[in-house]
Design a protein around this ligand. Structure first.
Ligand SMILES: NC(=O)c1ccc[n+]([C@@H]2O[C@H](COP(=O)([O-])OP(=O)(O)OC[C@H]3O[C@@H](n4cnc5c(N)ncnc54)[C@H](O)[C@@H]3O)[C@@H](O)[C@H]2O)c1
Length: 341
């Protein structure tokens, strides 16, 4: 058996817990070798809990022995520069979504990874379950795809980390933090094509942040195909649904896990995962994170995997740039109409 991939974690905050829990079952494939956080207490806590070295400086972490790969789970604005540093140090990189803040920065990363023969992947976590994988494998049998509808609506009662409140309207809130998941799904099923047309409405309903927290995106793809995406941080009754209209019928993914074809269930989730899918926290996502790390380890070993490539992830950030521009082009106060709350 080959050695497990040695992973350096950068950013020991909220989402690091999901990755660390997932690593616990994957010791043969990928294992933590160090933890970096500018908050020394957070780095040391993670290091002590997992028996690995703790660093407050990324360069020191990258220079530590046994680091093959880096998982970047820091605030969005740092992803591009930290990924560039890790690639320059010859490390494979998995970056939490979004890969970078701009398409130009994301494409530079993808090119750097390709030049160096390194894996660069983005944490599009929601593609890593049986419902999505089965849909992708079966869709060639269902005839041409005409239209896709995605609704992904949750409730966050204000910023979940301090940096959410600091993001400017230009940097984007839900379009940067949540849209990558829904748009990754759309790009996954639309294949190599990017949309020809992008139309967007975005608005801010809550006062705890500056950016948009609700958006509707309408995309026109080559071949008369179309997609709509509704994302929200304002829906207390969590609503997560994907509907795909093929020549042969309708495929649906409910609650991210239940795949149906013309009303019949093709894939059901593992037991105990959908405890109360209409409540925040009523879905267990640990198996998504475990599968993502398994795919990353496979990619690092040069084996087949379902991760987006660096270039695919960069295409997604290019699309997000277009979505943000379209949202702001509607009118001067496009994302901040009269405050309603
Ligand atoms: N895949 C998913 O479903 C999912 C879910 C939540 C968050 N995320 C992504 O994960 C990332 C982190 O989000 P979070 O909610 O954990 O945020 P967080 O603020 O809780 O954690 C970020 C951590 O990074 C640390 N940090 C700040 N600057 C740093 C630096 N220069 N070097 C190293 N560490 C630094 C902070 O001290 C903090 O501990 C974000 O990009 C977010 O979009 C992904």
């Amino acid at each position: 058996m080959r050695d497990a991939v040695g992973l350096l974690l950068v950013g020991c905050g909220r989402i690091s817990g999901a990755h660390l829990a997932a690593l616990a079952g994957l010791e043969q494939e990928i294992r933590l070798v160090g933890a970096v956080d500018t908050d020394a207490a957070a780095a040391e806590r993670t290091g002590a809990q997992h028996g690995v070295a703790a660093f407050t400086d990324l360069a020191a972490g990258l220079a530590a022995p046994g680091v093959d790969a880096v998982l970047i789970a820091s605030p969005n604005a740092l992803h591009g520069s930290q990924a560039a540093m890790a690639l320059a140090a010859g490390k494979h990189v998995l970056v939490e979504k979004p890969l970078a803040e701009t398409g130009a920065q994301a494409r530079e990363l993808a090119e750097a990874a390709q030049r160096r023969g390194l894996v660069l992947a983005a944490g599009h976590t929601y593609r890593h379950n049986a419902a999505v994988a089965t849909l992708v494998d079966m869709m060639p049998q269902w005839g041409p795809l005409r239209a896709v509808e995605v609704s992904s609506c949750v409730f966050w009662d204000g910023p979940q980390a301090p940096w959410w409140a600091e993001r400017t309207p230009e940097e984007g809130l839900i379009l940067s933090l949540f849209a990558p998941h829904s748009l990754d799904f759309v790009q996954l099923v639309m294949g190599a094509d990017d949309p020809l047309r992008v139309q967007v409405e975005a608005a801010r309903w809550q006062g705890g942040w500056q950016g948009e927290d609700e958006a509707m995106i309408l995309l026109g793809y080559p071949g008369r195909r179309m997609a709509s995406v509704h994302i929200s941080y304002n829906q207390r009754s969590v609503f997560d649904r994907k509907v795909l209209h093929f020549a042969g019928g309708v495929a649906e993914i409910e609650d991210g896990e239940v795949l149906k074809w013309n009303g019949g269930v093709l894939v059901a989730p593992p037991d105990g995962v959908l405890t109360n899918p209409r409540a925040m926290g009523g879905r267990k996502l640990g198996h998504f994170f475990a599968q993502q790390l398994r795919e990353f380890a496979a990619a690092v070993r040069g084996e087949a995997h379902r991760l987006p490539t660096g270039h695919d992830a960069a295409r997604l950030i290019d699309l997000i740039d277009r979505v943000k521009a379209a949202a702001r082009s509607t009118c001067a106060d496009a994302i901040d109409p009269e405050f309603v709350a």
